[in-house]
Design a binder for this molecule. Structure first.
Ligand SMILES: O=C(O)CCC(=O)C(=O)O
Ligand SMILES: [Fe+2]
Length: 316
């Protein structure tokens, strides 16, 4: 098989100097964000909100939690069905994960920390919260730009009030030379938006473009990939498609990544009226995001992998 090429996904500058609200550079970035999302469902954000120190500390925290005994980690269960501790499932033998619900709030991170370390772990708690807050701000900046471009700022403000974040500590085990090097099976995220950071030298994430080609994503510590999830696809009335992606292990060592995803809780997601007209008939009924997650996790593995899960659930 020919080696995959590092694809030219759009790289968008989110550094503070570039993002004075209402400046012409802000408006230009809004356009770039929507174009990239409509074309590939994702882009690479170059973002100085997560410093090298914050990035490194978050990965140290991730390693620390993965190194805990299994009997401690199995306590990690979430309201969001299917998002707690998962280890070496039959279809993903290399994949291990823990997650934090309400991950951008002090309370959410504190609860998780207490569960894993009953006598506390301040370094872990502080490192994780600093990281999730910074990455959450990036996600909100992206969504504000999408809303601005589509003229649906009010609709977004409403969703934002009900937005919650889940942080996944992902680990793919060293494949040790065995042929099966699939870390994470091809899927679309069920989230609204997802932001991912890979550990330094971390490779492995691949995105499928609309023409079916798999392309590799390489990220430096100062960059993140921003991916649309199924909920964004429905909310945008199909304008932004959630990209299919997977992890292929390329090196004989464990791979760590941090995945922050937004979800809408206790409010139905409805396509804004501004996005419906004769040329764009309504494609999705209003739906409850947590009920959708439950639907997917109750469905068979094939159902979960299915590209059209969101259409099957609430498509018109
Ligand atoms: O680990 C990664 O880089 C991505 C994993 C992923 O797609 C996911 O957890 O949804
Ligand atoms: Fe994913």
């Amino acid at each position: 098989m020919a080696p995959l090429q590092q694809h030219k996904l759009a790289v968008i500058d989110f550094s503070e100097k570039n993002l004075n609200l209402d400046s012409s550079s802000w408006m230009k970035t809004c356009g770039e964000v929507v174009r990239a999302l409509e074309e590939h469902g994702c882009f690479i954000a170059s973002y100085d909100g997560v410093s090298q120190e914050v990035h490194d500390a978050a990965f140290v925290a991730s390693q620390e939690v993965h190194d805990l005994p299994v009997e401690v980690k199995v306590q990690n269960t979430l309201d969001a069905q299917g998002y707690g501790y998962l280890a070496q499932a039959a279809n993903m033998p290399l994949y291990v994960r823990l997650s934090i619900e309400n991950a951008t709030t002090a309370q959410g991170v504190e609860e998780f920390t207490k569960l894993m370390w009953p006598s506390g772990n301040d370094t872990f708690r502080e490192s994780v919260l600093t990281f999730t807050k910074a990455l959450g701000e990036l996600e909100q900046m992206v969504m504000r730009m999408v809303a601005k471009s589509y003229g649906i700022e009010k609709d977004y403000e409403l969703l934002l009030g009900s937005t919650t974040y889940i942080l996944k500590f992902n680990k793919c085990l060293n494949p040790n030379g065995i042929e099966k090097n699939l870390g994470v099976i091809p899927h679309r995220d069920k989230s609204f938006m997802t932001v991912i950071q890979q550990q330094e030298e971390g490779k492995g994430l691949e995105i499928q473009t609309k023409n079916g080609e798999w392309v590799q994503v390489h990220l430096s510590p100062s960059s993140s990939i921003v991916l649309a999830g199924d909920a964004c696809m429905a909310w945008s009335n199909g304008r932004i498609e959630a990209p299919y992606h997977r992890v292929i292990m390329q090196q004989n060592k464990d791979r760590y990544s941090l995945v922050l995803s937004s979800f809408v809780k206790d409010l139905k997601i409805e396509v804004p009226q501004e996005l419906v007209d004769e040329d764009h008939p309504l494609q999705f009924k209003a739906f409850d995001h947590y009920e959708y997650i439950k639907y997917v996790s109750d469905t068979t593995v094939e159902g979960n992998r299915m590209k059209g899960a969101i259409s099957a659930y609430c498509g018109i």
